[in-house]
Design a protein around this ligand. Structure first.
Ligand code: HEC
Length: 151
């Protein structure tokens, strides 16, 4: 009797937990929203440690270069998954993105240029140049997120 009755409770708690996290599953074929979100998470997984290294003042030129190469390898992944008709939950993209697609593309190009410059600085292994180039890339993340990412 007691054993039976625990199942609805677990289901209910699970439902509350999922609702509380705001998790909506991407059920579309190919999961374009989830795929691009995962791609951005992969970008930040390499971009964040680069920032930590610089902020903690323990710049290691070889490690930094390796992370810069990782970032370049990951930067292509999100964009092809912003197809028309992919504005649906759980997206964090703003409505503006679907209206100002040329501006979105300009921000993407700026991000690519900034990451090219970051790689060049990393290859030269000059900390001050790397610092400046890292901040410039960070600006391009922000410049795109401000108009085009909701939260
Ligand atoms: C040209 C625009 C653009 C650039 C540049 C950009 N992003 Fe984003 N990013 C987005 C958009 C749009 C989303 C929301 C995608 C969605 O939810 O559909 C996003 C989502 C994310 C997410 C959230 C993923 C998730 O669902 O939790 C992270 C993390 C992220 N970006 C990190 C970065 C970092 C770090 C950079 C720079 C190194 C960067 N982005 C550069 C547009 C951009």
């Amino acid at each position: 009797m007691a054993k039976k009755s625990i199942f609805p409770l677990v289901a209910l708690l699970t439902a509350i937990f999922i609702a509380g996290c705001g998790e909506v599953e991407d059920t579309r074929p190919g999961q374009p929203v989830k795929t691009r979100q995962t791609a951005f998470k992969e970008i930040i997984k390499t971009f964040e440690p680069m920032g930590v290294m610089l902020r903690q003042d323990r710049y290691d030129a070889d490690k930094f270069l390796s992370m810069a190469n990782d970032l370049i390898a990951r930067r292509d992944a999100p964009w092809t998954h912003f197809g028309p008709d992919t504005n649906y939950p759980p997206t964090k993209a703003t409505a503006l993105l679907w209206q100002e697609t040329e501006r979105f593309e300009r921000e993407r190009v700026a991000f690519f240029a900034a990451t090219d410059a970051l790689l060049a600085a990393a290859q030269k292994k000059e900390k001050s140049a790397v610092d400046t180039a890292y901040k410039a890339v960070y600006e391009t993340c922000q410049n795109c997120h401000k108009p085009f990412k909701a939260r």
